[in-house]
Design a protein around this ligand. Structure first.
Ligand code: ZN
Length: 216
C-alpha cells in the first residue's frame, strides 16, 4: 500500500474525490471534475480580510446586544427590548428553552465565532504558532453552520408586521447593528479560504515541531 503525501493531494469537500493539488496563481479557480463544485480559488489577502471582518463583528456585537432592537409604544407607554431583555421576558413566561436558544444563537455563537476567527487570523497574519490553532479552526468551521442571526432578524420583522396595528413600533440602533452584523458574518464566511487557512496552520505547527527537534 502506498501512502499519500498530504500536501500533494486535495479532496473535494462535496463528493470526496481525491485529486493531485493544482498550483494556482492570480485569481484562478479550480473546479472539481466530477461534481463541479469549487475546489480552490485564491482569495487575495484572505487572512487580513478575515481579521478585519472578525474585529468589525466583535465591535458590532456590542450595539447589537446592548441597544434596543425594537421600541414599542402603546397608549403613550414605551417599552424598549434588547436581545437580552427579550430572552429574559421569555424566561419569565416559562419558555426557558426559547430564551436559551435566543441567547445562544443571537449572542454566544456569533461572539465565539468572531473570537475564534480573530485568534486564527491574527496568528496567521503574524505567523505565530499559537496553541490550539487547529482546534480553533475546527471549532470555527462547526460554529459557522450554527449561526442563526438571520432567523432572529426574520422573527423580529414578523413581529413588527404583527404588532404594527396595535402598537407603534420604532426600530432601534440594535436592529441596524444586527443587520450590519449579518452582512459582516456573511462576508467573513465567504472571504475565509479554508484551504489556505489549514495549509498555513499546518505549516506553522510543522515549524514548531522542527524547532523542538533542533533544540533537543
Ligand atoms: Zn467533487
Amino acid at each position: 500500500m502506498s501512502t499519500l503525501n498530504r500536501n500533494d493531494h486535495i479532496a473535494c469537500h462535496e463528493c470526496d474525490l481525491l485529486l493531485s493539488r493544482p498550483v494556482i496563481s492570480g485569481d484562478e479557480v479550480v473546479y472539481c471534475p466530477r461534481c463541479g463544485s469549487r475546489l480552490i480559488s485564491s482569495h487575495p489577502n484572505s487572512v487580513e480580510r478575515s481579521l478585519a471582518l472578525a474585529l468589525a463583528g466583535l465591535i458590532l456585537l456590542l450595539p447589537a446586544n446592548l441597544f434596543p432592537v425594537l421600541t414599542l409604544e402603546v397608549l403613550g407607554r414605551q417599552q424598549a427590548q434588547t436581545i437580552f431583555s427579550s430572552a429574559m421576558a421569555l424566561y419569565d413566561d416559562n419558555l426557558p428553552v426559547v430564551a436559551l436558544c435566543i441567547l445562544l444563537f443571537a449572542a454566544l455563537v456569533p461572539l465565539t465565532k468572531f473570537v475564534l476567527l480573530t485568534y486564527l487570523s491574527l496568528a496567521l497574519h503574524l505567523q505565530k504558532p499559537w496553541p490550539g490553532l487547529a482546534l480553533a479552526m475546527r471549532g470555527y468551521q462547526h460554529l459557522d453552520e450554527w449561526s442563526m442571526l438571520e432567523v432572529y432578524l426574520i422573527g423580529v420583522l414578523v413581529s413588527v408586521v404583527k404588532l404594527v396595528d396595535i402598537a407603534e413600533v420604532h426600530p432601534g440602533l440594535g436592529l441596524y447593528s444586527l443587520g450590519t452584523l449579518i452582512l459582516v458574518t456573511t462576508l467573513s464566511s465567504s472571504q475565509l479560504d479554508p484551504d489556505l487557512f489549514w495549509h498555513q496552520i499546518e505549516a506553522l505547527s510543522e515549524d514548531v515541531t522542527k524547532k523542538e527537534f533542533a533544540d533537543e
